[in-house]
Design a protein. Sequence first.
Length: 368
Amino acid sequence: MAASEIENNKPLVRFEHIEKSYDGETLVVKDLNLDIARGEFVTMLGPSGSGKTTCLMMLSGFETPTNGEIYLEDRPIGSIPPHKRNIGFCFQTYALFPHMTISENIAYPLRVRKMPKNEIEEKVSKTLEMVELPGFEGRRPAQLSGGQKQRIALARALVFEPQLVLMDEPLGALDKNLREQMQFEIKAIHENFGLTVVYVTHDQSEALTMSNRIAVFEDGIIQQISTPDILYEKPENAFVAQFIGENNKLSGEVIDIEGDKCTVKVEEMKVTALKVNVNEVGDKTSLSLRPERVTVDPEEGSLENVFEGTVRELIYLGDHIRTRVNVCGNNDFVIKVPNSSGHLVVNRDNKIKVGWSYEDCRALDALD
């Protein structure tokens, strides 16, 4: 579904001032407010213990909020048991019944709903085609590969046409190549059938690939929620900048502010940066700069920031050369040099000039 269509929809899911404590003292989710539109694919992303899975469990009905209310189609669902919420589930462990055939596994939620036998058979057949496994009805889970098991688990979550599908690390048990393939397949099913999906993962590349929006969690709080491109290009704080993608960090102190620019003293050098999350002269800051935004040997006068660095390490990665440089006192400053015809050849211990625009260098809150 197009972003404009999603934005114009009323929320299907609404978290209002949700809090959760397991011991009555420590909050693992803190005053969560989040709207999810019909047809949207929202990923809850964060490290272990950040609160993302707890939010999913509360939405499913397997956990109860300590405070606040969750709404589904404007109806509070706190008193509705999980099996009556019309929500599909897909988990990392697949949770397939080993003694049942594939057809019986997929049909299980339909039998629970006491659907007629002929209708069950029709829906099972249609759903197997949706996940591209027609003809697998008579097999058992032990006869399937990991990727096939995950597709069957997805088919079971979709067969009763739920208004919402929840996925908790569903690809975590798969190898890298299969995981990447399944990312595209799940995204295609979401777009083709207009599903609303809430997805939980700690894998940032998975989130960037699949989502309409990503909510980055840390310490029970959404640090930032946005589209993948905005989240990567314009992180609002230092945690998001470090957690999403590869990032160069320069620590310093603000010594001047002029409009949207600020000057930051880093070691004994002055760096011009975009003022994002600093307020006044004297503030400590963490500068965030993506490796691909750094230019090697820039033309004179083309960039606000140009410094000399020493090449410490070169790693050939096919389409680019990952170059680690000591610059501005940071010995782990990374540059991605494109492996294109005519690219600058550098060697270890070479002195090189590197530069970047102030707009690509974001002055954020100081990391501890």
